[in-house]
Design a protein around this ligand. Structure first.
Ligand SMILES: [Zn+2]
Length: 480
């Protein structure tokens, strides 16, 4: 990389950057191949596709140039949880993960149920100087307490890109219906954390053989399926009165729930959904100490392998970094998550980046906080699926760029829907070396949340450089 970025501070305009002989991926045009990219004065001055002899030796297993990634679902913990993450550390972590736009959930303390909370968060963005764009979700109900609607109209006027009580579902069907009607009139999506709390109270792990053997209380598949069925029924019911209603189901983790979405989409309902890297690549075996990918835990005939019989259990069980809600599922559900991403049932991959303090995680499994600090490893996890031949590279990139942008529609941030390598646009891209592996350690993570199930593990795909809106977001110490 011929450039002057080595001297640049985070936030400074990238005046000059030449990326030669890389593998470019442009999800906007569906094109990928050898090429070169030139940035001048913060803009993408040229994108050149190479052919013939000049393209020789450039492959998708080397340096990639992708549009900057968009994460629909992160928890930045500010205000109220600054021990676990701040806006500043969260945006630094995002840039390290290749993300140039992230949408923060409303479950801060206080909850983002009022534009004054947005103002506080935006002041923190301003103060930290990160070029990563922060989009904001508003709460659906006041205080996320599920008793009455939040100030939805005011939040929409203040720029909310979506609405969610995430961390919890909208428990009351009456409120859910009213929220879909109201947000439908505004044309903004309701992001639902689909969980029927009546079935999951006290749940610790996916209800299945691993939970049974470890003696952990199960979180049944029906708890997600029933919630999705309810939400889809309510969506169908409000549509005649609110044709602008849009439901987005976040972090779906089970085959039946994804099947419901598949059928609802086929029937023309305005529903979208996302899946997480951990639900497609990890399984509940990880709770018991296994460390193989989900696709390695299934036989050729589709049967889930027994980790005990297979000797896949290599570290001690009950690592609380694997405790997340919804829980890591069995390998057949992980396979269904991957299949949903492949066939477009899932519109996007979102990280559900959920940093926690050591105090909240270093406790007995059932008491540990739910969540994975995942935004820095997300791209690597998808690249591992690509390397294993389970996911086309272009589809992985779409799921992190144009896919999430289409979920947000008109409020997809300053790039809008144009998440491609567009000449003349502000440079917004990530450079990642697939062939260069990195080890996930507490020090390697910029997030304050060190609760990653990958600690100590080597992952493919080192992010060398992230440029957000023409400015430097992240630079690997080894990048020129
Ligand atoms: Zn959630």
């Amino acid at each position: 990389m011929a450039s002057t970025v080595a001297e640049l501070a985070v936030g400074a305009v990238v005046e000059r950057l030449d990326i030669e002989r890389a593998w470019l991926v442009d999800p906007l045009t569906g094109r990928e191949g050898p090429g070169e990219v030139v940035v001048r004065h913060g803009r993408l001055a040229s994108v050149t596709w190479l052919r013939g002899a000049t393209a020789k030796g450039i492959g998708p297993d080397g340096v990639l140039v992708l549009p900057g990634l968009l994460d629909l679902h992160v928890h930045l913990r500010e205000p109220g949880g600054e021990d676990a993450e701040t806006v500043a550390t969260g945006l630094t972590a995002a840039a390290h993960g290749g993300f140039t736009t992230v949408a923060a959930m409303a479950n801060t303390s206080p909850a983002a149920d009022d534009p004054s909370v947005f103002a506080r968060v935006r002041a923190a963005v301003e103060a930290c100087g990160s070029p990563v764009e922060l989009l904001l979700h508003g709460a659906v109900t006041a205080g996320r307490a599920g008793e009455r609607l939040a100030a939805l109209g005011e939040l929409a006027d203040a720029g909310a890109v979506g609405f969610s009580d995430d961390g919890a579902p909208v428990r009351s069907p009456v409120l859910m219906r009213n929220a879909l009607l109201y947000l439908g009139a505004l044309g903004l999506p309701l992001f639902e954390h689909a969980e029927d709390p009546g079935m999951t109270a006290g749940a610790e792990a996916h209800e299945g053989v691993v939970a049974a053997i470890l003696g952990l209380r199960g979180w049944p598949v029906a708890g997600e399926e029933a919630a999705v069925a309810r939400d889809l029924a309510l969506l169908a019911e409000v549509l005649p009165d609110a044709p602008g209603a849009r439901l987005h189901l976040t972090h779906l983790s089970t085959a039946p729930a994804l099947d419901l979405v598949r059928r609802a989409k086929a029937a023309g309902l305005p529903v979208t959904c996302d899946v997480t890297p951990h639900h497609l690549a990890l399984t509940d075996e990880w709770v018991a100490g296994a460390r193989r990918w989900a696709w390695e835990a299934i036989d050729a005939d589709g049967a889930v392998r027994d980790p005990w019989a297979d000797g896949a259990l290599v570290v001690g069980p009950y690592a609380t970094a694997t405790k997340v809600n919804p829980p890591l599922r069995s390998a057949d559900h992980a396979g269904a998550v991957l299949a949903a991403l492949l066939d477009g049932t899932a519109d996007a991959v979102a990280t559900d980046h959920a940093p926690h303090t050591a105090v909240d995680k270093e406790t007995e499994f059932g008491l540990a906080a739910n969540g994975i600090s995942g935004i820095e490893a997300a791209l690597s996890v998808l690249l591992a699926a690509v390397a294993a031949g389970k996911l086309p590279l272009l589809r992985a990139v779409e799921a992190l760029t144009t896919g999430p942008a289409s979920v947000l529609g008109a409020r997809a941030g300053r790039r809008g829907a144009a998440r491609g390598l567009v000449e003349g646009a502000p440079a917004d891209l990530v450079v990642v070396d697939v062939g260069d592996r990195w080890t996930v350690t507490p020090d390697a993570l910029c997030s304050l949340g060190k609760n990653s199930p990958f600690l100590g593990r080597e992952l493919p795909g080192r992010v060398l450089l992230t440029v957000a809106g023409g400015r430097l977001g992240y630079r690997d110490a080894g990048a020129g």
